[in-house]
Ligand binder design. Structure first.
Ligand code: SF4
Ligand code: SF4
Length: 212
């Protein structure tokens, strides 16, 4: 046994004086390899097209919201990061073409692991993920994104929700792709569902108009 140990020791130390030089082998090899260091954030790297980044709540081509407040995304989330409260649309205040819409929508990015299960669960493709990955913040409160932050911006032909459904169309027509932009003359309705009285909401809208 002792002989075996001695033999092994001899084998390990056989190169003797060569050992210190051999130790630099890894260093020399690394010197000629392509550098992997990225100069972030000065130089932004483009992500893969299907990279899972910040979520987005999408709109129909006329600006109405695709979210129907069904909460399936919240139930699918393994990290319990999504909070949804649905509410009924009315003809006076319509956010989506159907019966219901997402009145409150929050994603807590302190919990979210960007797995994408929520977007798979969404039946209306209201929820998708963007390539945006710069989500770090020093405040927990700032990591809770609200519906206003998650809702997609307005594109050409869209009118901000709430507003009435495209005349002559129903919810199914929206999903068939028959609505391609807001009907001429579509106007934003006065939002009253967030606890405001109609008169207060109207005054607020008027005041916004005067300031603008
Ligand atoms: S990406 Fe995953 S963890 Fe994040 S909200 Fe969706 S289901 Fe939850
Ligand atoms: S985002 Fe999709 S799954 Fe989540 S509440 Fe809205 S419609 Fe339902």
């Amino acid at each position: 046994m002792a002989d075996e140990k001695h033999e092994k020791h001899e084998k390990d130390t056989k190169p003797g004086f060569q050992n210190p030089v051999a130790g630099f082998g890894v260093t020399f090899k690394a010197m000629f390899k392509k550098r992997l260091t990225e100069q972030y954030p000065e130089q932004q790297k483009t992500t893969a097209p299907r990279f899972h980044g910040r979520h987005q709540l999408n709109r129909h081509p006329d600006g109405l919201e695709k979210c129907v407040g069904c909460e399936l995304c919240a139930w699918a989330c393994p990290a319990d990061a999504i909070y949804v409260e649905g509410a009924d649309n009315t003809e006076e205040e319509r956010y989506s073409p159907g019966e219901r819409y997402g009145r409150v929508y929050q994603i807590n990015y302190a919990r979210c692991i960007l797995c994408g299960l929520c977007i798979e669960a969404c039946p209306t493709r209201a929820l998708t993920m963007t390539n945006e990955f710069e989500l770090a913040d020093s405040s927990r409160a700032n990591l809770i994104y609200t519906k206003e932050q998650l809702l997609a911006g307005l594109e050409e032909g869209m009118v901000e929700s709430p507003h009435s459904i495209f005349p002559g169309m129903d919810e199914q027509d929206y999903y068939r792709g028959l609505v391609t932009e807001a009907a001429p003359g579509t106007e934003r309705q006065v939002a009253v569902s967030k606890g405001e009285k109609p008169s207060e909401a109207a005054e607020a809208t008027e005041a916004e108009g005067v300031e603008a």
